[in-house]
Design a binder for this molecule. Structure first.
Ligand code: BJ8
Length: 421
């Protein structure tokens, strides 16, 4: 389908956009289409990626007649509240190396590629998702993002949520207030009243998405795993911008197929080592580490990161909630208690999560991946290394960006790690 008119209406730089779109099919072919694939329900997710700047963007453009399209950069931004305001939430974290040089024209080189690519995507006017949003909700997590909101606010309408640094009672109070403030802000800004019922509906939709993803990930506890790690990663990545109800249905269908496949594979011997990946988020089209691990003779069976289990761990409770305020409080609790981001100090919850995932998914080794200049995750690697050692779980620490210059070195290190497990 020709999207030129839509792109023009979104003020996309058409020439630069063509150059961007030229690179994606090669990467997609290499990472996904060249490998054996037996799950028929994956075809939906492959088709979403193949048309990444097409049908879904059109849906978002059409949605603007009913409500706002809102972008975010962090899984702390509660999707439930955006849905309750008749909005659509789109994850804007950018994973393409193409955008990094554009970002470096505006922000320092020694920022993580996720931030630089995000700034570059907006600055170059080549990402229709950045172009379609009415508002960007930022959050004060890491220093890089905190300061980058000032740059973004010159290019797009912004609202910023403050975050505590510590999961104390005071921290929880601050966060509860921030969640309420966001709700009030969206009501006023878009003249939409957020009611108990609309909030409940939003919570039920996001809980259903989390349930479907959990069901899918549970199948990966089987050995052999019925779905490759790179495919599971792709499915989770798409959850950040796809239509929530259609997405949930498709993940459920895929999970069912994986359950059936797991039983039919159960009699087969599996000699492949089972890997947990943890660290900074991996957003589309950052499939590099999974690709290298899974072409080095191992399976990625779970990801402890924001494009993995942190995205769907536990639901927002609707038990005993009879007012909108109760629901908002339950939303605050779910987010602060379940997302163990390295921006918090201390961050013991993440150590516990990693250990329990290693047990549940029968993990042989941990691959800890920080994006370059992602200080919080790089520093926290040391604590995780100690905990892994105490529990006799081998771990390798990697630092990488979105370029392919380090592929050979990564492969050498990962192959040696897998061989020694
Ligand atoms: S909850 S991980 S999505 S903040 S990679 S920009 S941390 S320097 S993205 Fe994150 Fe929310 Fe935490 Fe998750 Fe900074 Fe690191 Fe860059 Fe990062």
């Amino acid at each position: 389908m020709d999207n030129t008119e839509m792109y023009k209406s979104l003020d996309i730089d058409l020439k630069a956009h063509d150059a961007l779109m030229g690179a994606l099919p090669v990467l997609f072919q290499e990472c996904f289409l060249n490998k054996e694939q037996e799950l028929k329900n994956l075809s939906y997710f492959y088709s979403v990626i193949a048309d990444i700047h097409g049908a879904r963007v059109k849906e978002l453009v059409d949605h603007k007649t009913k409500g706002p399209v809102i972008g975010s950069f962090c899984i702390y931004v509660p999707e439930e509240i955006v849905l309750a305001a008749c909005g659509q939430l789109v994850g804007l974290c950018a994973g393409a190396d193409f955008w990094v040089p554009y970002g470096e024209q505006v922000v320092p080189k020694n920022l993580c590629p996720l931030i630089k690519a995000g700034v570059g995507a907006k600055y170059s006017r080549t990402c229709p998702y950045f172009q379609v949003v009415d508002l960007l909700i930022g959050e004060n997590t890491c220093d890089g993002k905190k300061k980058t909101w000032e740059i973004f606010s010159d290019m797009v309408d912004m609202y910023i949520m403050d975050m505590p640094n510590k999961k104390s009672n005071e921290g929880l109070k601050l966060w509860q207030e921030e969640v309420k403030n966001l709700c009030n802000f969206l009501e006023k800004k878009f003249s939409k009243s957020i009611t108990f019922d609309s909030l409940l509906n939003g919570i039920q939709k996001v809980n259903a998405k989390r349930n479907a993803l959990r069901r899918l990930y549970n199948t990966r506890k089987n050995s052999p795993t019925p779905i490759s790690g790179i495919d599971a990663l792709l499915v989770t990545q798409i959850g950040f911008y796809d239509d929530i109800e259609r997405y949930t249905k498709m993940v459920d269908a895929l999970a069912q197929e994986c359950e059936e496949r797991a039983s039919s594979l159960s009699s087969k011997n599996n000699s492949k080592k089972r890997i947990l990946v943890t660290g900074s988020p991996m957003v589309v089209p950052n499939w590099k580490i999974h690709h290298v691990i899974e072409t080095s003779g191992a399976d990625v069976v779970v990801e402890e990161n924001c494009t993995g289990t942190r995205y769907f761990k536990d639901n927002v409770s609707i038990e005993n909630a009879s007012t909108k305020e109760d629901l908002l409080k339950n939303i605050s609790d779910r987010y602060i208690n379940n997302i163990n981001c390295a921006c918090f100090s201390p961050n013991i919850g993440r150590e516990e999560d990693i250990l329990s995932l290693c047990k549940d998914y029968r993990v042989d080794g941990i691959v800890y991946v920080s994006l370059s200049f992602c200080t919080t995750y790089m520093v926290e690697a040391e604590r995780i290394r100690k905990v892994a050692k105490e529990n006799n779980i081998p771990m390798i620490t990697l630092e990488s960006d979105y370029s392919f210059g380090d592929l050979g070195q990564l492969r050498t290190r990962i192959e040696a790690f897998v061989e020694n497990l």
